[in-house]
Ligand binder design. Structure first.
Ligand code: ATP
Ligand code: MG
Ligand code: ZN
Length: 319
């Protein structure tokens, strides 16, 4: 699996922290209980002593006095259980509440890596990558339909509504999307808005521009010095949502064409959603890549046609 060591180290630290946190909280709950029911603490102390007393007596082969200790023990246990009942608690109430009860936040169940660990690794790798992205710059609230001419406002409104719903109900069966249209029409704005919402929902999202993606894959593939270990075919294929921005602006080579196809195709084959934003029309996409790529795109994606007048320019002119 193509994740860097630092990703695993961080995941281990997070799990460790989760475990400690769950134990600390459980300890606090127990202490609060003892504060309210000091007799319970006294009984538990006494019980632990009588248990040692029994063990000692047995080891020394002394039978006498055992019956008495046992009876005392039973009486204490009954008293403790009455206190528990009156307080409405059980031993269970004091056990740590782990984020993942399956593996008790250890990351593995019977030697097999737990799903929570895989998810954590994916999220850390995505967070790492997205730290360089303008993710906090766009949201649905700031998407203003009044920038679009009247004749396409309704259509753009439908696109906005679709994206809002898409982000709110995102899951592994969500559609793949191609956003196509001229420059400055809000493609990146909407793609980032989706990314933000989907990340809030706890999914692993990677937002990356096509040029950055292609050059990172190239450096990695050819093992160039300084190659980034955070962008690999594995990571791009496995994240929950991949957003490839500005497709068509990367330097076009046979490597770039096959890299784009491979990433997209590996995701489509897994049924994993991808969002592509591009200035290219569908026929230009066909010319720039391959008809195989285009048939994958048209067969598997919802295509959104962005219309209107360059909003970047409108905003600039308005000052
Ligand atoms: N509907 C909108 N309401 C408010 N601001 C918008 C809207 N659409 C775009 N913008 C703003 O206009 C600028 C350009 O938009 P954006 O980057 O999304 O365009 P784009 O379609 O991705 O263009 P390009 O094809 O050049 O990448 C950004 O600052 C964006 O926040
Ligand atoms: Mg853009
Ligand atoms: Zn787990």
């Amino acid at each position: 699996m193509g994740y860097s060591k630092s990703v695993y180290d961080r995941a281990d630290r997070i799990l460790n922290e989760r475990r400690l946190d769950a134990k600390r909280k459980a300890e606090r709950v127990r202490n609060a209980f003892y504060e309210k029911y000091p007799r319970a603490k006294a009984i538990e102390n006494e019980l632990s002593h009588t248990f040692t007393g029994i063990a000692r007596a047995m080891l020394a082969g002394r039978g006498e006095g055992m019956e008495e200790i046992k009876n005392k023990n039973l009486a204490l246990q009954r008293e403790l259980s009455d206190i528990y009942k009156a307080a409405g608690v059980s031993e269970e109430s004091f056990s740590p509440r782990y984020v993942c009860p399956r593996c008790s936040d250890t990351g593995n169940v019977d030697g097999v890596v737990c799903e929570c660990y895989k998810k954590l690794i994916k999220q850390i790798a995505c967070d790492d990558l997205n730290r360089r992205s303008p993710l906090d710059l766009s949201d649905f609230e700031s998407f203003d339909l009044s920038y679009y001419p009247e004749d396409c406002r309704q259509k753009m409104g439908n696109i906005l509504n679709y994206c809002v719903r898409y982000a709110a109900s995102f899951g592994k069966d969500s559609d793949s999307i191609v956003m196509t249209g001229k420059t400055g029409l809000g493609k990146t704005h909407l793609a980032l808005s989706i990314a933000n919402e989907v990340i809030k929902g706890g999914h692993g999202v990677i937002y990356i521009s096509a040029p950055e993606m292609v050059s990172a894959l190239e450096e990695y593939q050819f093992n160039r010095e300084g190659a980034r270990a955070d962008i690999t075919l594995d990571i791009l294929s496995e994240c929950d949502l991949l957003i490839i921005d500005d497709l068509g602006t990367e330097f076009s080579t046979s490597f770039s064409k096959s890299a784009v196809y491979n990433v997209f195709n590996s995701r489509i084959s897994r049924g994993a959603p991808t969002i592509i934003s591009t200035n290219l029309t569908l026929s230009e996409l066909e010319k720039s890549y391959t008809d195989r790529f285009l048939s994958r795109v048209t067969g598997c994606c919802r295509v959104m046609y962005f219309e209107g007048d360059d909003i970047r320019l409108q905003k600039k002119l308005k000052g």
